[in-house]
Design a protein around this ligand. Structure first.
Ligand SMILES: [Zn+2]
Ligand SMILES: [Zn+2]
Length: 403
């Protein structure tokens, strides 16, 4: 099975200091072992990684990679790569590009041209599987592992890792690293899916080509020690391929065939292609659409925006202007509404049984001040009280809103 590289959304302005839990000395051995596993699996799987087999524990090999590609001077960035007469800034990842396009073409064919009506239970099941995978991405890879916006007991972390496998994205390690880099260097060349390079690049194009040298260079500054030290992440890494095959493709496809005698071809099309491709695109929209279209009530100077449509399809991840302003809020939004932030609703339920705890949120006062000082005036409660023109932004230029 080809490896559809992961996607990512965000990583935090505050990444370094807040994410690092530090490693106990006794953990170092297992962490080193994990590094090896990470390297092996990435090379084997042609994963979406920081090119060049470099890896985070090997600055030397990073440097070698840069040297091979012309060093880290401007020349390596300026070189063009030509495929089919089209110029690209980085070399294409041909296997990734073919697999992504292939999945989309088969899904399109099944959805539009050759889709014999599936059993209604198959459709319901596809939505359920999509939601389970989505929850693994939003509550797990994003809000827990990338941002540490709450803590989770082991049963919840295992559940989230399993749900994340249902989504069929990259390894937790790769996802989290890309996302932290995204937040820390948003809309620069060091952002893995820099939205200034256009909708297509931010949405999916970045998964089809090698990373910009700045992503590797600056990405190495991001602390990943807490991820490497998490035994659940280590376990997920070890069984990544098996879990992905079983939980993203085989079991979801087998259930309709086994339990309500769905035609096997319809089940494959519905679960392994259409559901999968829709779910991928819902995640990707956070990186593309939510970085382009919508209001900016919390910080008018950044690209991420509040986008209702993206929030609905991504289970609450489209409140992106807020999220990039307060990346450590477990709600990833000012609101925790059932309709537009399904992930938060479920996290609140897990908090009730004690599996999720230490849920982080900014105070209402901090949010209000942020809106008044930095927003674009579009906030329904506070925006009109202090329009941007009235705000002496210069005075706030150095204020640190991120605690
Ligand atoms: Zn984020
Ligand atoms: Zn973002």
């Amino acid at each position: 099975m080809t490896q559809l590289a992961t996607m990512t959304m965000m990583a935090g302005t505050t990444a370094d200091g807040h994410y690092a839990n530090g490693l106990a000395n006794g953990d170092k051995k297992s962490v080193n072992k994990f590094y090896e596993t990470v390297n092996d699996s990435e090379d084997t799987l042609n994963n979406n990684n920081y090119e060049g087999k470099s890896r985070l524990n090997s600055k030397k090999s990073d440097q070698s990679e840069y040297d091979r590609r012309g060093g880290d001077s401007a020349t390596s960035d300026e070189k063009d790569y030509i495929y089919f007469g089209i110029k690209f800034k980085q070399p294409l990842k041909v296997v990734n590009a073919i697999s992504i396009i292939g999945f989309h073409l088969v899904s399109l064919y099944a959805f539009v041209l050759n889709f014999r009506s599936p059993h209604f239970l198959t459709v319901l099941w596809a939505f359920l599987v999509g939601g389970i995978g989505g929850f693994g991405v939003t509550a797990g890879a994003h809000r827990l592992w990338s941002h540490r916006s709450y803590k989770a007991k082991t049963p919840l972390r295992v559940l989230l890792a399993l749900c994340f496998s249902v989504a069929g994205q990259n390894t937790l390690y790769d996802w989290t690293r890309d996302h932290r880099v995204h937040h820390k260097f948003s809309e620069t060349d060091a952002d893995p899916h820099n939205s200034n390079r256009g909708f297509f690049f931010a949405h999916v194009g970045w998964l089809m080509m090698r990373k910009h040298p700045d992503v590797i260079r600056k990405g190495n500054q991001v602390d990943m020690s807490d991820i490497l030290a998490d035994p659940v992440v280590q376990w997920h890494q070890k069984y990544f391929v098996t879990l992905k095959l079983l939980l993203c493709f085989l079991i979801p496809t087998a259930v309709p065939i086994y339990f309500w005698n769905e035609e096997w071809l319809i089940s494959i099309f519905t679960l392994s292609f259409i559901r999968y491709v829709f779910a991928l695109n819902f995640t990707w929209l956070v990186n593309s659409a939510a970085h382009m279209w919508g209001n900016r009530p919390f910080d008018r100077k950044i690209n991420p925006a509040e986008n209702l449509s993206v929030s609905i399809v991504s289970m609450g991840e489209g409140w992106h202007n807020y999220h990039h302003t307060f990346p450590w809020d477990y709600k990833a939004a000012e609101i925790g509404d059932f309709r537009y932030n399904l992930t938060t609703t479920f996290l609140n339920l897990f908090a009730k049984i004690g599996w999720a705890y230490d849920l982080k949120e900014p105070s209402k006062e901090l949010i209000r001040k942020t809106i008044e000082r930095h927003g674009d005036g579009s906030h329904s409660k506070h925006g009109e009280r202090c329009m941007p023109d009235e705000v002496p932004m210069e005075a706030d230029e150095n204020s640190n809103l991120i605690e």
